[in-house]
Write a new protein. Sequence first.
Length: 137
Amino acid sequence: MNQIDKTEEPNNYESFNYIVNTITDDMLLELSSISQRKTGLDIIVWVQTYILQTNQHNTPRIRFQNNTASKPQIKESIPMSISNEPKILLKSNDLDKISLTPNQIESIKEWVVRNKDILLKHWNAEITSCDVFESLK
């Protein structure tokens, strides 16, 4: 299993249409959403494990909602790497579909860096989603 800070490769970037068209209801059971109240962010975040990604992506990632709605909307989510320098994992021609402000994106990146260790443990299936909720900073 790939671990921390894998170098990004072009095929690790997702197209926005891929995200919208391939997220299924089954995946909702595999992703755990974290509310704005718990993260302190303006948006909902989803954590997932590498196991969910079967042959899709090796880069550790979270997803964040592409709006500030309080109701989870997984089809409106954007992937971001879990690393010391988080990156949005969209193809460059899809970056204009991000509706959040640069300040909101920066806040998400800071949150990922602050919680990187716990998020990576979850990605690697070393801890449960409940453990993540209890350990967030």
